[in-house]
Design a protein around this ligand. Sequence first.
Ligand code: HEC
Length: 131
Amino acid sequence: MRSLILLVLGIAIGAIAALQVSTAWRQRDAYPRGVMAVMQHHLGALHQAVVAKQCPLAQSALHLDWLQRMAGTIPDALPQYGHDAHFQDFVHRLQGEIRRTQSPLPGTCGALEPRIRAIGGACEACHAEYR
Ligand code: HEC
């Protein structure tokens, strides 16, 4: 009887510990996932604008501003790659593509389209190695 109680207790404690660990994991991932989701949203919005053939300058500028700000937080959101020079190259590549799109800001959807593809390419290049 006593060993049965200990067994049940052991299982219960194990389950609680496992739950705490998985919660900690989710919270640890929340920040990088959030950063990536926000970038995805703004890049997607730019893509939608091109598809809809509606690319007002102010709207493009806003989305690019958000992309640039979020790109700057990637090293902070993924500290495990903080000292990885190759990883930082990918961050700089993305920042460079965004900067080249911010100035001069493409005034037409036709000019914006290849810039969005270049930014998306910079996302993909890093994902191919680190995601
Ligand atoms: C320097 C590297 C790097 C760059 C540049 C980068 N990402 Fe990521 N991205 C990652 C890594 C690493 C993960 C996996 C993160 C994780 O699961 O914790 C990821 C995951 C994601 C995810 C999945 C998030 C989830 O909920 O699992 C999306 C969406 C995403 N990135 C979008 C983008 C977009 C859009 C860009 C470009 C604007 C971009 N990323 C640029 C490294 C990068």
